[in-house]
Ligand binder design. Sequence first.
Ligand SMILES: [Zn+2]
Length: 271
Amino acid sequence: MKQVLDKIKCPQCGAENDIPIDEKFLECAFCGSAIYVDKKKVVTHLVVACNFKKEDAEGNLRRWMAGNFHVKDLDKLAQISQVNFYYFPMWYFKSKDASAEKIYLQPATSTSISEIKKINIPAGSLKVFKEKDFDSKDFIVPDVMYDAAQSWLQQTGVNIDTVVESDLVHIPFYQFYYNFKGQQYTALVEASSGKVYANVWPAKSEAPFRVMFGLGIFVFFVMSIISFIIGFMIERSAVVALMTGEMIKLPLYGLAAVPLIIIAYFIAKKV
Ligand SMILES: [Zn+2]
C-alpha cells in the first residue's frame, strides 16, 4: 500500500494533493504545476531555461580567460579536461516591503564555488518546471532544506514577514575543468545568460609588481638626495639650498617616472 503522508496545497492553484512518502518532486493533479515538497514546506518548482550550447559556453569561458585579471594567454593555453552540464538547485525568495521588491538566492546543495551565490536570474527567464521538457538526470536534487535556507535569509537581516514568495529554482550550468601549468581549475558558465563564475583562476603574478614598487621608491629616494646635494653645492645659505633642492626635485621626479612607467607597462603586458 502506498503510504500517504499528508495533504498538501498546490502553491499555484490551491487544490489539495496527496503526497506519497519519500516523494519530493510531483505534479499537481489539478493544474499540472511542478511542486517540490520539503518536510515542512511546499513550493513551486521553477526552472531557468538553458540558452547556451556547450560550444557557445566554452566561447564565453575563453573570452573571460582573455580578460585583464588573468595570466597572459590563459585563453590559449588552458586545456579543458572535462565539461559537465547540470541544473543546479537554489532557494529563491522574493521579499516585498513599502520601498522595493528584492530577490534572494541560496544554494540548495553544497558547492565549492561560492560565486554561485552572486548570480542574478535574468528577468523573465523563470518558468514552471515541466517534466516532459527536461531530462531529469541533469537535475541535482536539493539537500539543503527550506528551513536551513530560511534561517540563512534571517541571518542576512531579512525580515521573514516580508517574504512574499519562495520557490525552488533549478539553474542550468556548464561546469568546466581546465588545466593550466599542471594545476586544475574550475569555472562555471551560467547557461541562461552565459555569464562566467569562478573564485580561483591563474592570476597575474604579483612579484614583478612588488619589485617594481620597491624600485620606484628607491629611485625617488635617490633623486631627492641628488637634488639636495646639488642645492647645497650651488647655494651657500642652508635655507636657500633646501628650497633649491626642492625645486630641482620636481623635474628629476618627472624624468625618473618616464622609464618606470615604461617598465611597468611591459611587465603588465608580459605576465
Ligand atoms: Zn495546482
